[in-house]
Structures are given as C-alpha cells and as structure tokens.
Design a protein around this ligand. Structure first.
Ligand SMILES: Cc1ncc(COP(=O)(O)O)c(C=O)c1O
Length: 411
C-alpha cells in the first residue's frame, strides 16, 4: 500500500533558514557531548536507523496491556516489561508496569500506590533522595520525614530506626535509592527491612528508586539485591540514564496486578486509564526496544562492568594527581572538590555546594577522563583559594587521599 501524505507539505514548506540553525545546533551538541561527564546519560548506540518512525504520531496512550488499534508501540513496550521483569524477578502474572516519561513519574507512581495502600501513611525518604520526593509529598499531601545521611551520602541507619520507632507501628511508605543522585550511595533494602522487622513495623510500602543503577547493578556479581525477591512493592528506573535513550523515558514495575485507585475507563482512546500520563511517547519505547534487542543481557553486563572499571580508572587518576574523592562500592559516580566555574561549565559537572561529581557511564572514555583530570589539576593549581572547605571529604567512610593544594589540611 502506498500512502504518503507528507510530501505535498514538504514541497509547500521547504527548509530554508531552518537547516542552518539546525546545523549550528548539531555542531554545538557534538562539542558538548565530547565534554559530557557530569551527568549520568550514556551514549551507547546511534538510533538514526529509527528515523523513518519520526513520520508517525506514535502514542502509547493508556495501559500497555490494553492498546487501541492506532499507531502505538505497546507490543514492544510489553516485550520490554517482560525483559526487565525477568531481570528484577517480578512475576508479571502477579505484577504490572509501564514505560514512563522518566524517573520522576516512576517514583510518583510508586508512591501513589503506597499511599493508596495506606492512605494515612507517612512518606519516608533520605535527604540524599532526588528532589522530586518533596514535590511528590506535596502533590500527594503526604506528611513526610527526611532521614539524615552521613557526609558521604550513606543513609544514617540509626536515624532511620529512630523515625520508624517514633511511628509506633503506624504505616509508612518508604523510598530507597539505588543509588543516591549525588554520591551514588546505595540505600540497602535488606538493612532497612531488618530495621522494620526489629521495630515491629509490618504495614509498610517499599519503593525502590533505581534511576541510574536499575539496569546496571543486576549484572554486577556481588552487588546488593534490590529487586522483587525482597518484599518490595515497586521499582523504577530511567531509560535515558544508564541506558542512554536520546528521549527521556523510564520504567516502573509494581508487585500488584490490580490497577491503582485512580484506574478507570479511557473509552475515548480505546484503553484503560491506569498510567499517570495520558498520552505516552511510543518512540522512546521503540528506541529502548532496539537497544535491548541489540545488547541483550550479555551486552548490558559488559557495559555495566566497563562503567565500573572506568570509575576505578577515574579514582586512580584523581588519586595519582593527589585529589581527594569519594566513590562508593558498585558505584560509577565520583565526588570531589568543586573546581572553578569555567571548568565546571566546560565539562558540565554536576555541582552541589563545595562538591562536584562525574559519572562514568558508557560514552565517557579513558581519554576524556585523562583530559579532564589534567585540566582539574591545572585549575586547582591556578586558583588555590578556590573552594578550600574540606568538609564532607574528610568525614566520609571512603578514605579520601590528600589534596595537593598547599593551604588545605584534610587532617
Ligand atoms: C535517584 C534519582 N531519582 C530520580 C531522578 C529523576 O529522574 P528523571 O530526571 O528521569 O525524572 C534522578 C535524576 O537525576 C535521580 O538521580
């Protein structure tokens, strides 16, 4: 069947200035990508082969298990749900999931389920959680407690236990991070479950925010278990972080099959309204599917291991240069003292107060790290008064090595 409604308009509105603007933008993006080490967005595959699908209005509106007859990629979405459920040991016969617009939506969905299960519950999350949790608590009008963390980003388990103790058995909804946004610290579900048990807290809902490590740690031997083999209730991750889809997306999986309290008919679009978003992007689903079809489990495992090896490489380069840093076990995030603004901007470093971090996801190369560390050393040597407060690096459990800058005394 030949059907081409596009070309008449292509001829009516030919590209003019648009091409030049886009050319400039493309060059800028290429340059920025060669200095992109501050945020956790991999660059694994080139998805240009999917360009023909840009012609279509792909919309996975509604529930992936009740697609309409229109232009959608729900079939591919369900294959992705199968793939990741297996990885996270979720029996999809009992559970459910969908592809979200990103990590925040997955977290929101998980917490909504928890609030539905326990309408009067208190939401508990650590101070190193992603900023979206305060927004979620606000939108859902949930009372919340923020658990303090140690200076290196680890959850303060004693403080957590005190919060649980004060609840005196009242229900709670808990978020744990795999790992935290800034330090990549792992908030261990097994340790937290032990505390809940010891304090007689049996009415809880446990959500795992595995935005970055979700598709990475299951392939690392010895990494902490954080999946549905434990009594967790939902888990979400981002598709544009470790997996590096060029369009933001994510996945949420949940142990309950029955729809949430808000789930109803979406007759107008021929589906069921079980997702937080109405219209949902179907192109990112296709991209993720294409990535997984090519990589499979073995490819993901290889990339996860390479990412951790590169993190070790970054740590040893920083150490050799005499620069203190923090990197947690099984983590690909490396925290160090914040350099001057020019360097931070040039390398798009994620910064917070006196600290900055880099993330060694696929796409970052040893060559980039080498250049970055030499510029960092140069930057500190040129600007010795800059950000000399060592708080946090000395208090951390991961022993930092001494910083080379003469005025600094890290003890
Ligand atoms: C731990 C964690 N959770 C959630 C998010 C939010 O993810 P998204 O930007 O995909 O909404 C992030 C993003 O950095 C994150 O690090």
């Amino acid at each position: 069947m030949h059907y081409d409604p596009w070309s008449p308009n292509e001829q009516r509105y030919p590209p003019g200035e648009e091409q030049a603007r886009l050319g400039e933008l493309h060059d800028r993006f290429l340059e920025r990508s060669s200095h992109y080490i501050g945020f956790p967005n991999s660059r694994i595959l080139d998805f240009s082969s999917l360009a023909p699908f840009l012609k279509f209005n792909i919309n996975n509106i509604g529930d992936p298990y009740h697609p309409n007859d229109g232009i959608n990629t729900c079939e591919f979405e369900r294959e992705l749900l199968d793939f990741f459920s297996e990885i996270f040991h979720l029996d999809l016969g009992q559970g459910w999931g969908y592809l979200t617009n990103g990590g925040t939506e997955g977290n929101m969905y998980g917490i909504v389920r928890g609030r539905d299960a326990y309408p009067d519950a208190r939401l508990i999350f650590s101070e190193e959680s992603h900023y979206c949790f305060k927004k979620i608590a606000h939108l859902l009008r949930m009372p919340y407690s923020v658990v303090p963390c140690h200076a290196d980003g680890r959850l303060d388990l004693e403080a957590f236990a005190a919060i649980i103790d004060a609840l005196k058995g009242q229900p709670c909804v808990i978020n744990l991070n795999l790992g935290t946004t800034f330090h990549g610290a792992i908030e261990s579900p097994t340790e937290v479950l032990n505390i809940l048990d010891r304090h007689g807290c049996h009415e809880y809902y446990l959500h795992i925010d595995a935005a970055l490590y979700g598709p990475m740690l299951p392939f690392i031997p010895g990494a902490p278990v954080f999946d549905f083999r434990l009594p967790i209730h939902s888990l979400s991750f981002s598709g544009h972080k470790f997996l590096g889809t060029p369009i933001p997306c994510g996945m949420v999986l949940c142990s309950l099959r029955q729809p949430s309290g808000f789930g109803g008919s979406a007759e107008y679009v021929g589906s069921v309204d079980t997702t937080l978003s109405g219209s949902r992007d179907g192109l990112s689903t296709l991209i993720l599917w294409s990535l997984i079809s090519r990589l499979k489990r073995a490819g993901l495992a290889e990339l996860a291991q390479e990412s951790l090896m590169l993190a070790e490489d970054a740590v040893s380069r920083l150490k050799q240069a005499g620069l203190a840093n923090i990197r947690h076990d099984y983590g690909n995030i490396i925290v160090f003292r914040r350099p001057g603004e020019d360097l931070a901007r040039r390398w798009q470093l994620a910064t917070r107060g006196d600290f900055a971090h880099i993330v060694t996801v696929p796409g970052v190369t040893g060559e980039m790290l080498k250049r970055f560390v030499s510029e960092l050393v140069q930057d500190f040597e040129n600007d010795q008064d800059h950000h000399l407060d060592s708080h946090g690096l000395q208090a951390c459990s991961v022993s930092p090595c001494l910083i080379k800058i003469p005025q600094v005394d890290l003890g």
